[in-house]
Design a protein around this ligand. Structure first.
Ligand SMILES: [Zn+2]
Length: 231
């Protein structure tokens, strides 16, 4: 691990946290983004209780995969144990995000999966956005709930029951994109339901949309995060 690599990840985390603010996904000091250090049993995460306005690259906390602080002047995010559990158990994941964004958290409060009724949902999530178990902060329960729900699932987002969304990605930006998108579809499907039941998408259409978006669309499609998914 070169110092330049670590510094680049720190700088990227500043950008990714600013993106949460730009899209209105966080209030006060809530929410957090982390990034795995490639090739090392380490990740960087936001410090606890630091205002987004003053969050700097140097503030990011370096932790090992048990969530123990290796380097940092502040306490790490209170969700550090959950992030660490995901990195330990999902080697394909390089970034994790948590917010209490309004619409996604409203679905989490109802413990209701967001049904896949939009082409954009089929593209991004390959089906419904699932609900994870109710879990109290403090041990591995949240991390275990995330991993158990998303393992073998196409979705990069899980709505932890009565809590809010956690998202995963190949890197921090990919996980932030999922956090932005899950809030967007949570809002749209919520509004759609106000005047009736949204029309269903067929599984065939969902599969075709997901495969095209993950494997063909864009400048550099990276394929599904779900290792069981055929390209
Ligand atoms: Zn939370």
């Amino acid at each position: 691990m070169s110092a330049a690599t670590l510094e680049a990840i720190r700088e990227d985390l500043v950008v990714q946290h600013a993106t949460l603010v730009r899209y209105g996904l966080v209030v006060w000091t809530g929410g957090n983004v982390s990034a795995r250090v490639p090739g090392e049993d380490l990740f960087l995460i936001k410090p606890s209780g630091v205002d987004y306005d003053v969050l700097s690259a140097a503030d990011m906390i370096l932790c090992d995969l048990d969530g123990t602080v290796v380097e940092g002047a502040h306490a790490p995010s209170s969700d550090t144990a959950a992030h660490a559990y995901v990195y330990r158990n999902m080697p394909q994941v390089g970034g994790v995000v948590h917010t209490h964004s309004t619409y996604a958290t409203a679905w989490a409060a109802r413990a209701e999966p967001i049904p896949c009724v939009l082409t954009a949902m089929a593209d991004e999530f390959g089906g419904e956005v699932p609900v994870g178990p109710f879990a109290i902060i403090g041990d591995d329960a949240i991390g275990r709930g995330i991993v158990d729900t998303l393992t073998g699932h196409r979705s990069r987002a899980v709505l932890m029951r009565n809590h809010g969304p956690f998202t995963i990605g190949r890197d921090a930006r990919d996980a932030v994109k999922a956090a932005v998108m899950v809030e967007d579809v949570a809002r749209t499907v919520h509004i759609s339901r106000q005047l009736g039941e949204p029309a269903a998408l067929s599984q065939e259409a969902i599969d075709a949309l997901f495969n095209r978006y993950q494997n063909v669309y864009g400048q550099a499609p990276q394929g599904s995060l779900n290792e069981g998914e055929l390209a």
